[in-house]
Design a protein around this ligand. Sequence first.
Ligand SMILES: Cc1cc2nc3c(=O)[nH]c(=O)nc-3n(C[C@H](O)[C@H](O)[C@H](O)COP(=O)(O)OP(=O)(O)OC[C@H]3O[C@@H](n4cnc5c(N)ncnc54)[C@H](O)[C@@H]3O)c2cc1C
Length: 460
Amino acid sequence: MSLATLSVEDLAQQLRGPVITPEDAGYDEARAVYNAMHDRRPGCVVMAEDAADVMATVSFARENGLALAVRGGGHSTPGYGSCDDGVTLDLSSIRNVRVDPKGRTARVGGGARLGAVDHATHAYGLAVPAGFVSTTGVGGLTLGGGIGYLNRRWGLTCDNLVSADVVTAAGERVTASEDENPDLFWALRGGGGNFGVVTSFEFALHPLRDIVGGPIFYEYEAAADVMRVWSDYLSRAPRELAAFFGFHMAPPLPFLPEDRHGDHLCVLVTCWCGDPDQGEAAIEPLRSAGPIVGEHVGRMPYPALQSAFDALLPPGLYSYWKSDFVSDLSEQVIALHLEHGRGVPTVHSGMHIYPIDGAVHDVAPDATAFGVRDARFAVNIVGLWPDPSDTESNRAWVRDYYEAIHPYSGYEGGYTNFMEAEDQARVRENYGPTYDRLSRVKATWDPDNLFRLNANIAPA
Ligand SMILES: Cc1cc2nc3c(=O)[nH]c(=O)nc-3n(C[C@H](O)[C@H](O)[C@H](O)COP(=O)(O)OP(=O)(O)OC[C@H]3O[C@@H](n4cnc5c(N)ncnc54)[C@H](O)[C@@H]3O)c2cc1C
């Protein structure tokens, strides 16, 4: 169904934020999402300013039977933050962050980016666990789980959610917390954008100012040893230590020799979030894992590490990802990683293995919608390339790599937030043990599946 001009005008009159249509100069900018694979043309883009704008827009889409794409940071690889023909609801103007240093909580607008949260909380020596790249949206990341450097010590991002203000499919504003609408609160912590539009998140904060960390690049040939030493060390290291393993082409960074730029290397990206004076000693055992090509490890403000890789991951690249949960890195699996890791096709692409143990495992599998609480790692194979003529070769690298390792992962599903649109077919596996309950909560809050542009849960 296309939009009748009159109804869009009606909507615009109810809103404080602008409504952008194909006739407007800013339309191409307003409809773009992070992944250039998705060139979608919504009937209009609503730049919501507040919860009232969100309520009016949700009701408008529902009453007109239009597709509704809700966009936080616009980072989802399947491009769920935009749609063809219908309404794109952009939350990026709802991004205020208010810190309560006494109560150690932060109120975060539903369209904020991670960098805004780190910036605001760092001023008080506080932090909330979130992702590795500061441009990612708080909305999608939190609702799907939230993997980052602080997980081992303080849990996933969603484990630190205290409450949320939600605009439901009925266009009404409700609060979700342990005390109010607990079924909705349960579902928001891992069930994605299926249940409503979150206009405000309330997070618990933890004391953190400086971390000790950064990347250590090793020769590719040492990758098997690096994987073994890292995996073994992490299994007994204090929860303050995080380190993810990766395959990359050496980026043009000053701490790597110029004649090695573009070479295939492996990397451990480290982060010690305990007493900074103990950080170097905690990271030191990882240095003996293999010959080091270059490293940039040191004490720095937490937001500095959080934004360290932003420049390698600009918006507007083409991207295709595959993901698995895994606990056991057997010799056979390590051999497969070595075989495929050398094929990393561009300096933006890579394969990462993120630890999700420690405090993540303290939470019972049924306590939140993020139900996979026993996997040690989340694996992410990331293809990112600037030239659309390279699409087939880049996708083939990701797919071949994934098909080689997936049979050994030990889990049917992977992390919802790293999934492609084609992975809708295994959405039940990705949500894992919580899917049936999610489906029942979906039937309560969104029985007609208005919020369906996401890793979609069918209403029971
Ligand atoms: C460069 C890059 C780095 C990443 N790094 C990490 C990482 O370190 N850790 C990690 O866990 N994940 C990471 N991700 C994955 C990320 O968590 C997902 O892509 C997530 O969906 C992004 O959220 P968004 O708000 O930016 O995306 P969007 O595309 O705007 O939204 C994604 C989904 O969430 C819904 N949504 C967004 N905001 C709201 C809201 N306020 N209320 C209701 N629904 C909402 C949307 O409708 C959509 O279905 C990364 C992704 C990219 C591209």
